[in-house]
Ligand binder design. Structure first.
Ligand code: CTP
Ligand code: CA
Length: 226
């Protein structure tokens, strides 16, 4: 029913969306993670699905939407997300990386629960693979790659650096240190950047922003193809 009520401008597209913060295990009960809730990614997956796309969703959240005809995969860690994303990306005409993979993981995940000690605890962290940068290297002609940039300062400069470094078409920048906005929140304020354009959007619910991001993506692609 959802699909019948909306415009079908993504009919025939395969859209891969990643969502949520990854959880990097330290022992059987603890992990290192971040505040990402997956809401933005889930909203994008749902909006693309309603607009007629075939959607692959890779999410770390139990709240991930499941619809008939949408393939939802649940993962925990950045390495699991990496594996699944690299498997699905070659089939996807549009890739949207709304997830917040942890940049680091504990070098070892202990098999037994770590016992507390008055000595404190030091944990060695190692770098996780950069999923989006890898997808950027493997991007094929016509494939659209959209990333996010979560920043606490210098939004424009940092977002544009990531756009170039990861070989993206579009990057959605958001400041993550404004109370009530961004990570975990219902609303967000974003700026969309491409090599040639900057579009600032007012604060809105992520469900509304999802359709505006897709509108932008569709028009970007029709311009790129013409
Ligand atoms: N990303 C990714 N794999 C990672 C880290 C980030 O695919 N291991 C993706 C995110 O999904 C997002 C984009 O890269 O679309 C930017 O994430 P962000 O954390 O803002 O940038 P980083 O490249 O990790 O740089 P830093 O955290 O140092 O600012
Ligand atoms: Ca990061």
């Amino acid at each position: 029913i959802l699909r019948l009520l909306s415009r079908h401008d993504l009919e025939g597209e395969l859209v891969l969306v990643t969502a949520g913060g990854t959880r990097e295990p330290l022992d059987p009960v603890r992990y290192i993670g971040n505040r990402s809730s997956g809401k933005m990614g889930h909203a994008l997956a749902e909006a693309a699905f309603k607009r007629g796309a075939k959607v692959f969703l890779i999410s770390t959240s139990e709240a991930a939407p499941h619809y008939q005809g949408m393939e939802t995969y649940c993962v925990d860690t950045a390495e699991q997300m990496y594996e699944k994303a690299l498997e699905l990306a070659p089939r996807s005409s549009i890739v949207i990386k709304a997830a917040a993979p942890a940049d680091y993981r504990p070098q070892t995940s202990f098999e037994q629960k770590i016992k507390k000690s008055s000595d404190g605890l030091s944990v060695q962290l190692v770098l996780n693979p950069d999923i989006l940068a890898e997808l950027g290297k493997r991007k094929f002609p016509g494939q659209i790659l959209l990333g996010f940039a979560a920043e606490t300062q210098n939004l424009r400069e940092n977002a544009l650096t990531k756009l170039t470094r990861k070989n993206l078409d579009i990057i959605v920048g958001n400041l993550v240190n404004i109370p009530g906005l961004g990570m975990g929140a219902v609303n967000n304020r974003i700026t969309i950047y491409t090599k040639h354009e900057t579009v600032e959007l007012p604060e809105q619910p992520k469900t509304v922003l999802a359709d505006q991001i897709l509108d932008y993506l569709v028009s970007y692609r029709s311009k790129a193809g013409s």
